[in-house]
Design a protein around this ligand. Sequence first.
Ligand code: BDR
Ligand code: CA
Length: 311
Amino acid sequence: ARKIIIDTDPGQDDAVAILLALGSPAEIELLGITAVAGNVPLSLTQKNARIVCELAGRPDIKVFAGCAAPLARKLVTAEHVHGKTGLDGPVMTDPAMPLQEMHAVDFIIETLRREPSGTVTLVPIGPLTNIATAFQQAPDIIGRVQEIVLMGGAYFEVGNITPAAEFNIYVDPEAAQIVFGSGAPLVVMSLDVTHKALTTAERVEAFRALGTEPGRMVAAWTDFFERFDKEKYGSAGAPLHDPCAVAWLIRPELFSGRRINVEIETEGSFTTGMTVADWWGVTDRPANALWIGDLDAEGFFALLTERIGRL
Ligand code: BDR
Ligand code: CA
């Protein structure tokens, strides 16, 4: 099984990503979950991560709290999408499992130094503040990362928080610039692909029909999450952005993309947080990312339903 750290700001779609990982022990060994401020403030994201672990029957998973604010900017949150708690939808009770005392950034650094080089994959599905801080504090760990499989950015689908920028990159563009410039191998699940991972009535019903608590919660979360994209963009369902990053680790053949150069805009007056993705190869800047643009949505939802059904 591939050893991973999920860095996250739950978030209904983050929650589904964590459940997918925990339902896939043959492929994924979850070393820990590091929480970051994003969709909602850190006090909620770290708590939500623990709620999700308990829902999966895994109170043994180590959850760490990380950075409460972006490197150089004020935190922008997304309650308008995820609700006040970040996990609005079903009724939830507070988690009983503990939060680890260690800072998330220290956990990332220690883990990468401890495990054999090239054996730990980072899966950031929120703003990149924790990862960038770890890289700044301990540049020696960068060369030890097996791969970074992140959700963020957009090219054909442009922005969802500004006309030019996707939320995770927009919240902390300086952090994104550090990660995209780090030289670590990157797989990028952009809105180009995640906007094709849409729930439908049947797909939500399949979660509910599992008849389990995780199945019912995923259905309730996606029902809630759906209303925003449907009303705002007239989209057919809710995009399950973050589970795409985890699904890549289990069934990469569901996805397709290109190796390209991606730069992060940090100074634009209208375009801060934009992922300037050289999809057509019009520059000679070297490729630094595998940019994912398409997926087999049927196969993706079948995988999700099957794995959540194992919890
Ligand atoms: C990303 O932003 C968050 O709202 C989601 O959890 C996802 O990580 C999509 O732009
Ligand atoms: Ca997220």
